[in-house]
Structures are given as C-alpha cells and as structure tokens.
Write a protein that binds this ligand. Sequence first.
Ligand SMILES: Nc1nc2c(c(=O)[nH]1)N[C@H]1C(S)=C(S)[C@@H](COP(=O)(O)O)O[C@H]1N2
Ligand SMILES: [Mo]
Length: 204
Amino acid sequence: MGQSERREGELPPGQRLQRGWPVTHYGPVPRFKPERWEFQVFGATADGGKRAWGHEEFAALPYATVMGDFHCVTRFSMLGVEWGGVSTAEILRLAPPAPDVTHVMVWAEYGFSSNLRLADFADPRSIFATHRGGEPLTAEHGFPVRLIVPHLYAWKGPKWVRGVEYMTSDRRGFWEERGYHNIGDPWNEQRYSYQEEPGDGPEL
Ligand SMILES: Nc1nc2c(c(=O)[nH]1)N[C@H]1C(S)=C(S)[C@@H](COP(=O)(O)O)O[C@H]1N2
Ligand SMILES: [Mo]
C-alpha cells in the first residue's frame, strides 16, 4: 500500500480538468421506484441485525455538505464540487459495524458494487450524496443517492446506491474484478489491478 499524498483541489498525476459533468457508467440508468426503494445496511453489524431506510426516512436523515474533488480513471477530473447528503459517518453511527469489520461493499441497482477499506469509507469527506451544488442529483448522475469518496477514483462511488455490506475481510466489487485497482488512490495512480502490490487486494 503506497503512501497517499492526497491534495484537495489539485489535479492528481495523469488527470485533466473537465468542463461540465460527463455521465459515465456501465449499463442502463435505473428507474427510481420510491415505494420499493430501500437503503440497507447489512453484513457484520455490531448487533447482528439489519437496518433499512425507506426513501422518505433516508431523506430525513441529517443533511451534510462537503467540498470534494472527483477523479475518473478515464482521466477527467472536477475540482471543488459541493456535495450534499448523508455522511458515511452518520450511517456508521446509526448502524455501527462489528469491531472486526475491515471493509465495506457498497451495493447499487443492478448488482453494481464497489469495495472500500473501512477507513476510506469512513473518511470525513465520504458522503452518500443526494445533491450537487444544492441541486438534487439527476437520474444519470445517481438519483436518489450515490456515494462520493473524493480521495479515490470515482468508480469507488456507485451511483444508485441501495445498500452497504459490512465485511470482516476484503472482496472485490464490480470494476475491481474487471481490471481496476482494488484501492484506487489517484495520487498513486492506482488505476489497474496489474499495478497492485501484495496486500493491496484479494487474489484475482
Ligand atoms: N452504479 C454505477 N455507479 C457508477 C458506475 C457504474 O458503472 N455504475 N461508474 C463509476 C464511474 S467509472 C465513474 S467515473 C462515476 C461517474 O459518475 P458520473 O456519471 O456522475 O460522472 O460513477 C461511478 N459509479
Ligand atoms: Mo470512471
């Protein structure tokens, strides 16, 4: 694991600034069905139970804003974006993980997923964003909820999030199984899985 030398508001190596906000994802944009939508926390929770919030309940959780950069592994970046939503710290407080949890899997519509080390997930700037610049997210950008982890490449932030799984060991998510780096630190240009060093992730 390399030393992360993150610098907010600066371009990581090999990235360029992007005007506007491109839409990047695999597969179709899901249609939001409020009556069936739930945000679940499951897996190795502290009390062994599962938590679930319906859409109105989720929208009523404490609203936080953070400034965060956005770095796509295809080399475009946006700097200094204001994200609003529910902080990962709030989710960890409301649905605490068991003491031996080391990683989380963030699950989205259609089974899309991304794995994160608990410390990356719990970072003070990590947020389940519902808004950008005070405006609700559009469907293409992840409405009603997407994860933003400003210090990692943006594939680590699933759009259309539906749940968080607490894990006691690491497992690869969707892109992490398909050639992208298990950790994804843009300051160390951790783009592809072939760059991984021992300890960076589970065997492929
Ligand atoms: N559900 C889902 N979330 C996803 C992806 C995806 O394919 N599916 N792609 C990721 C990638 S690679 C990037 S760069 C960002 C793009 O977010 P944007 O379309 O809002 O710019 O979403 C991430 N979240
Ligand atoms: Mo991306």
